[in-house]
Ligand binder design. Structure first.
Ligand code: DAH
Length: 348
């Protein structure tokens, strides 16, 4: 009996000290101790030698030993997942999962990306420039000299206006035409770029006006560029953006940097021409300004206006987004209300 007890105590230590490197060793442990020819069974077989009056106490002792081996096996199996484990998983896959919060792109980003993609298909490259500009790139170079009345069309946020005329006047760009100026400064024709970006104007914030908004402008300069090219390019753009049924019309207009100039309207997509608030019951909505680049602008950058001609255009991303998604209040774009932004989840 003493010998048997000693043997069991030794076994206990061996079991407690056992560590498995992997599932295979766990299985070996199981066979060695708890298999049909395992040591636990063998020890249990010794019961018959125990005198009757000690059977109860010794039986308990043996059971404890058996439980020790079984508990150890369970622990080993839990830490080394075996084939048996994955066949009967402890995870219930039918339970609802933890929802993952997916963000979404801002509607203006979505529309700007789409606009850029359309013009890229026509061979336009993207050009960008600073939002803090000097007077020359924003106005002077674009044929808006100081005291030009058309400067009043764009209420400007000035950052620095030197009293004595020394040094440049700094301002927040009022249009991305300033990027056109920077491109003409650096590149020789042929030039074919679009300029997406944020612009600023000193306007009172309301549903229809904001102190900042976004534009995409385009500039194409080469030999023999005509007004027909301008019309076709813009017609292609609106068809890609709004669908094949959209109609366009051009109205004569005025911009200092283009001559002749035109504004382009598209047929109202909301009421399909029947008349609604968006189109002010005319069936048409204005979406952009455009024209043939003024020869003076070309001359400002040493581009020979006898050899080269070009067209330019500029439009608001908010306006296009309003028409595409029927967003009727400009303030929604910058309030960052998730209930608004969430509606664009999944729009690519
Ligand atoms: N810069 C004008 C604006 O912000 C839009 C514009 C009109 C841009 C005609 C152009 C253009 O490039 O040719 O109102």
């Amino acid at each position: 009996m003493e010998q048997l007890k000693q043997q069991i105590e030794q076994y206990k230590q061996e079991i407690a000290a056992f560590v498995a490197a992997g599932a295979e060793e766990v299985e070996q442990f199981r066979i060695k101790w708890l298999g049909t020819k395992g040591l636990v069974k063998a020890i249990m077989g010794e019961m018959k030698q125990v005198p009757n009056d000690q059977k109860k106490a010794f039986g308990q002792y043996l059971n404890e030993f058996k439980t020790l081996a079984e508990t150890k096996l369970e622990a080993l199996q839990a830490s080394h997942s075996t084939v048996k484990d994955s066949a009967s998983p402890s995870v219930d896959f039918s339970l609802p999962g933890d929802p993952m919060a997916v963000g979404s792109r801002h509607p203006l980003t979505l529309v700007r990306n789409e606009m850029v993609a359309i013009f890229k298909r026509l061979g336009f490259a993207v050009a960008e420039g600073p939002e803090i500009e000097d007077d020359w790139h924003n106005f002077g170079a674009m044929n808006l000299p100081e005291d030009h009345p058309a400067r009043d069309m764009q209420d400007t946020f000035y950052i620095r206006k030197p009293e004595d005329g020394n040094g440049p006047t700094w301002l927040l760009r009022t249009h991305t035409s300033s990027v056109q100026a920077r491109v003409m400064e650096q590149q020789k024709p042929p030039i074919r770029v679009i300029c997406p970006g944020r612009v600023y104007r000193n306007e009172t914030i309301s549903a229809r006006a904001h102190c900042f908004f976004h534009q995409v402008e385009g500039l194409y300069i080469d030999e023999n560029v005509s007004f027909a090219d301008l019309k076709q390019t813009l017609y292609f753009f609106v068809q890609e953006m709004f669908g094949k049924d959209v109609k366009v019309r051009f109205r004569p207009s005025y911009f200092p940097f283009t001559e002749p100039s035109a504004e382009m309207d598209i047929s109202c997509l909301i009421c399909e021409g029947k008349g609604c608030n968006i189109c002010k019951h005319t069936g048409w909505v204005e979406i952009l300004g455009s024209g043939m680049v003024h020869p003076k602008v070309l001359d400002n950058f040493g581009i020979d206006s006898n050899k080269y001609t070009g067209f330019a255009f500029g439009m608001g991303v908010e306006r296009i987004t309003q028409l595409k998604y029927q967003v009727n209040d400009l303030r929604l774009y910058s309030q960052n209300d998730v209930r608004f932004l969430k509606q664009f989840t999944g729009v690519v």
